[in-house]
Design a protein around this ligand. Sequence first.
Ligand code: HAM
Length: 433
Amino acid sequence: MAVNYRAPRGTRDILPEEVGLWRHLEETARAIFTRAGYGETRTPIFEDTELFLRSTGEDTDIVEKEMYTLERADGASITLRPEGTPSIARAYIEHDLAKQAPFRKFFYVGPMFRYERPQAGRSRQFHQAGVEAFGSDSPLLDVETIDLAAQFFDAIGLTGYEVRINSIGCAGCRGDFRQLLRSRLESRRSQLCENCQRRFERNVFRILDCKEEGCRGIIVTLPVVADHLCPACAEHWREVQAGLKALGRPYVHDPHLVRGLDYYTRTVYEFVHGGLGARNAVCGGGRYDNLVGELGGAQVGGIGFAVGFEPTIAALSGEAREQATRTGSRAGLDVYVVRASDEARLLTLQLAHELRQAGFASDLDFEGRSLKAQMRSANRLQARFALILGEEELARGTVTVREMATASQESVPRGEVSEWLRRRTAARPGSTS
Ligand code: HAM
């Protein structure tokens, strides 16, 4: 029986034709974050499940229904990371980094896993580039992170995004606000969705992030937390906005933005794009002043964000996508070695081998195709030179070098080909030599 294997739903292959786009996004993020002093960090793809329960939060959609969790026979429970923040916080604590220098900046690029309904820009294995900074409660750091995300989107040519920000205060302001929410929702409890009825008891604040239409209708009539901040949080919020203005970064205050993860305090933000439908965020982030402390580390403030590559790619214009793909792809050969006689078979491989070792991108035919077909391949692969080996060249110990763009040909002694190429390609931008 023929079996039709396909990539699992919500995942996809990124083939060589497309990988340049991904590489460009990854490398742009790396360059921008590194330039601002963030250090690349690679943590495991899976963690103890408990880490996400404690940090992402038990009442969040992610923990309630989206985690890929594996219960092992020995009783251990591990989960494919649904986000990067908890792992970086764990690493910061585990390696006692606060002791060396409490203020540290990290970034990461890689796959995350959530069991979500696949739709425009949303998948089950998706890819994020994110930053996390621990050890400061300065509002300037909030501004720096928002600016970095914006720099990333600008650099890859994304237009039409909007920065939405809000402050959800600290545990102190939220304590009083919770009471207010409960009293305002008490009489409308039965109109809330099933999840929110449960949240009313366990974590009333989470109701504010419900995406159900019925609940949204109620949520917009509720008081907003930014109007109930304590003096310190109000000052922080004022300074974040002043900082964004000073950098000339436009933003919109969205008083209903609360974000769907439990660890946030004070500043929260999202970058949204109109072309994406209901799940319209290309980036989400915010401050988490209690996260490290709650995971058993020092009581230090922190903030970060993650950009989602799938939604970002979905939001890019066709033109920007092509440009990014071109920039990120390493297509283009220096050399295509052409076999013009069967006797030259082994020599073509030898020559390609030598040239690759000398640093030239080189390829050759493995399908026994005609001279004409090999020249077509050289063209298709954008080789700068075709190196032709036929009977005559074998007899004379030479190679015929043809520059593809001009069709000019030259005979070069075999032992000097690499040196000859080095001289000719020295001026070529992007050349490997
Ligand atoms: P998040 O809002 O869950 O936050 O995800 C950040 C971004 O990742 C979203 O805005 C979206 O672009 C993308 N994303 C999320 N889920 C999917 C999915 N299923 N498919 C495609 N893209 C997706 C976090 O993950 C936090 N860790 C961000 C953060 C870092 N906060 C502080 N530091």
